[in-house]
Design a protein around this ligand. Structure first.
Ligand code: DGY
Length: 322
């Protein structure tokens, strides 16, 4: 059997796959064009993909003989899962392993934006620091404030747990209310969307990208937030209206933002690049060396399991296994 690895991954993953299958390894970072992908998938049974590979209904419709699409990410909005299910293709992702790493980074953005760490670095680095003054780069407090979380899944919960350590009041909103035991453990209170936006000092996004969460945060939502509030997005770019966020930051309708994901990566709204009250990162929330290595090997294991007739640990469409 043959596996296509569409982009560079950690070498352990490729070694593992090579010990079992013939492997067509695209060892570069550019990714395949749709035309190249169409060529390379011929005669392949397994595909190890990344979030930059678009497997929409058209691409999936053309796949012949493919049994599994193993995505190296927890998010899988790049894959039309119902279309894959209709073709009998198993789709897998890489949950759990990146939960704490991503939560750490959401907090890195939160703290950097609140306490103006990036501005401080630029200030010192450029030689502008001439004297200590009473309100030099004064930011927002974190301890004891209110943290509002959209999406209390694995990562949202890990972010909330950290918030507990900072003595924060935790509010959350989700399509489904969390079990009482989770709410109690986290001290998290379920509130409606508007209450979360009005009462939170920090709003952190942890929902998957679906038609229901696209542009979850736009101008009406930003207008409900406190002028001192800070928005954190480590979920997916299209969950916010990026232009609306840039305008709100410029007009100081919210105090700051920490953004790891963007609507059209790697492009970033030009206004965001001009502002000092936003911390920008290139979609690296899960990027610790250990976690990205484990995500690579986990996808390889999911791929191998499916090809060897074992149910993959992280199967997203169990209907194909029935
Ligand atoms: C994911 O896994 O979905 C992240 O966005 C990349 O690690």
């Amino acid at each position: 059997m043959k596996v296509l690895v569409t982009k560079r991954v950690f070498p352990e993953a490729v070694e593992y796959l090579r010990s079992k299958f013939e492997v067509d390894y695209v060892s570069t970072d550019e990714g395949l064009t749709p035309q190249e992908l169409a060529q390379r998938v011929k005669g392949v049974q397994g595909i190890v993909s990344q979030l930059t590979d678009k497997f929409d209904a058209t691409v999936i419709g053309r796949l012949e003989g493919v049994k599994v699409l193993a995505n190296v990410a927890v998010g899988y909005d790049n894959i039309d899962v119902p279309a894959a299910t209709a073709k009998g293709i198993a789709v897998t992702n890489t949950p759990d392993v990146l939960t704490e790493t991503t939560a750490d980074f959401a907090w890195a953005l939160l703290m950097s934006a609140a306490r103006r760490v990036v501005e401080g670095h630029a200030f010192v680095h450029s030689g502008q620091w001439k004297r200590w003054t009473i309100d030099l780069l004064a930011g927002q407090d974190i301890f004891g404030k209110t943290l509002g979380i959209f999406g209390l899944g694995r990562i949202g919960q890990a972010v909330a747990r950290r918030g507990r350590g900072f003595g924060m009041t935790i509010l959350y909103n989700d399509a489904q209310r969390a079990p009482e035991s989770i709410e109690q453990e986290l001290g998290a209170r379920f509130v409606d969307k508007d209450t979360l936006l009005r009462e939170s000092d920090y709003v952190s996004l942890h929902v998957p990208l679906t038609e229901g969460t696209r542009k979850l945060i736009g101008t009406p939502e930003l207008n409900l937030m406190k002028p001192t509030a800070i928005l954190i997005n480590t979920a997916r770019g299209p969950v916010v209206d990026e232009a609306a966020v840039a305008e709100a930051l410029k007009a100081r309708r919210i105090a700051a933002a920490g953004l790891d994901v963007f609507e059209k990566e790697p492009s970033v709204h030009p206004l965001l690049l001009e502002l000092t009250n936003v911390v920008l990162a290139p979609h690296i929330a899960s990027a610790s060396v250990d976690t990205r290595r484990r995500m690579s090997t986990m996808a390889a294991e999911n791929c191998a399991a499916a090809l060897e007739g074992r149910r993959p640990a992280n199967l997203l469409n169990p209907a194909v296994w029935a």
